[in-house]
Design a protein around this ligand. Structure first.
Ligand code: SAH
Length: 459
């Protein structure tokens, strides 16, 4: 799918989209929906209303051990897209300091029948808690039921709110002067009326059209909803550290962002959520800039790609499934020290390590030459040619091994950023990024070398 490559980097579905054949083997109720095209590739028709519902149930069970009921006449959330929002708020909270003992407390406005955000959020962050609100009676009942089924009653509370023009989105949650939340999230109804739905997504039902009116329509659409949340945030200010909302229409996103960016005391951040052929826009704002490390705020890969077309494409590779992130980090540190590469730690948490590397010499080329010589000597002395796994050096690598720098390059041979991350499926990925285009090939040779060492370390 065109935009999957821009999914959140820790979203496990980015490189492992749902395997329909596997799912149909594990979940017989999914089997009737799986069809095959003439070259044997499995597909499902998302225009059949029950497909998204059954797929969501199966994926939540298989990948998150969550058992949910979804009513057939309400919106069925797609799991990969909801995971993108959860991963974004994880990033925002990681960039935000916290009192040591305080538990992160998140509000989900309009949680829907699945109660998807709190359930997914708790799976990856068992130390969080959620307060969710819902206006629709059936969605409320179903959300409560899903929380009970998954034994999460002590961490997730759902409140039924009145359906009236005067009902607040957040203000009603503040009964006590000490009440406060770390973040509020919200995937509001996007449309102003049913004619707008027809104009935007057409009369033919697609997966998003399973929504009931209360789920997809609100007076003034997503922009009015965002305005209401913003007005309440001007009253509440620092009582909520982050206010976030997902917008379904680019025009609403652009207008809203422009409007709130005028307030100098507010820190604004945005993110693009990509899945399949759909983009949604996340916008977050905060009155607590002193608690936030701005350099740690996430940027989507689509934002990076469009902001600066000169950005050099990062190099990424994946290691085996069962590894601990710290184990890989230790191996990498060991190797960097052997190579004499200095590094600075920018971020280190359970899912993510970011380092800035600085290399003055590409020692890995010398080491590789020595090891190749050893192997060749081994062959001459009766070793097996089959075991040789040589990497050819390009002329450019040879130049750099002698540290002959191209004109115009400062004394540093390579400056790059390395990200080690663990996605939702526990896959460890390494990404190498440089902003200096002419350093890309040197970085490439380092990546080839490190990949080989790390892979041989874990086998
Ligand atoms: N969060 C879910 C549902 C999104 S649909 C998901 O992402 O899948 C929007 C939801 O907001 C619907 O369930 C709708 O009933 C609810 N809703 C609409 N207005 C609301 C309000 N003012 N307060 C709380 N919930 C509201």
């Amino acid at each position: 799918m065109a935009l999957n490559k821009h999914m959140h980097p820790r979203n496990g579905y980015k490189d492992n989209p749902p395997d329909f054949i596997e799912l149909s083997k594990q979940y017989p109720e999914f089997k009737p929906y799986v069809k095959y095209n003439p070259n044997g590739k499995a597909f499902v028709n998302f225009r059949i209303p029950s497909v998204v519902r059954i797929l969501t149930k199966c994926l939540l069970h298989k990948d998150f051990e969550l058992d949910v009921d979804l009513p057939s006449d309400r919106l069925s959330p797609t799991v990969p897209s909801r995971l993108n929002y959860i991963l974004w708020i994880e990033d925002l909270l990681n960039a935000t300091s916290q009192e040591f003992t305080k538990q992160r407390h998140i509000v989900d406005i309009g949680t829907g029948s699945a109660c998807i955000y709190p359930l997914l959020g708790m799976r990856n962050n068992p130390d969080w808690k959620f307060t969710a609100t819902e206006i629709d009676s059936l969605n409320f009942k179903n959300a409560v039921n899903n929380i009970e089924k998954n034994s999460l009653k002590s961490s997730i509370k759902v409140l039924k709110v009145d359906k009236s023009a005067t009902t607040s989105l957040l203000l009603h949650l503040f009964q006590d002067a000490n009440d406060g939340f770390d973040l509020c999230m919200c995937n509001p109804p996007f449309f102003n009326d049913s004619s707008e739905i027809e104009t935007k997504i057409g009369p033919i039902a697609n997966s998003s059209c399973h929504a009931n009116d209360v789920e997809s329509i609100t007076d003034g659409g997503d922009l009015a909803f965002a305005h209401k949340l913003f007005e309440e945030s001007l009253e509440l200010k620092q009582k909520v550290t982050w206010y976030t909302i997902l917008m379904g229409k680019k025009s609403s996103f652009v207008t809203f962002k422009k409007q709130i960016s005028k307030y100098s005391e507010i820190l604004v951040t945005t993110y693009e959520f990509c899945q399949g052929r759909t983009i949604r826009w996340g916008i977050g704002w905060s009155f607590c800039s002193d608690m936030i490390t701005e350099s740690k705020l996430p940027r989507s890969s689509l934002q990076n790609a469009t902001k600066n077309s000169e950005v050099v494409k990062p190099i990424t590779f994946s290691l085996r499934k069962t590894l601990e992130l710290n184990y890989v980090y230790d191996s990498l540190k060991r190797e960097l020290s052997i190579l004499g590469i200095s590094f600075m730690e920018i971020e280190n948490n359970k899912n993510l390590v970011i380092l800035k590397l600085q290399c003055e010499k590409c020692n890995w080329v010398h080491i590789r030459r020595r090891s190749r010589k050893r192997k060749l000597d081994g062959v001459c002395n009766g070793g097996s040619v089959k075991n040789l796994n040589l990497i050819e050096e390009s002329p450019l690598t040879k130049n750099h091994s002698d540290c002959t720098l191209p004109n115009g390059v400062a004394s540093t041979l390579l400056q790059c950023e390395v990200t080690i991350l663990k996605d939702f499926f526990d896959h460890i990925k390494l990404q190498f990024k440089t902003e200096i285009r002419i350093q890309k090939e040197v970085m490439n040779t380092l990546v080839v070398y490190l990949k080989r060492i790390l892979l041989s370390d874990i086998t």
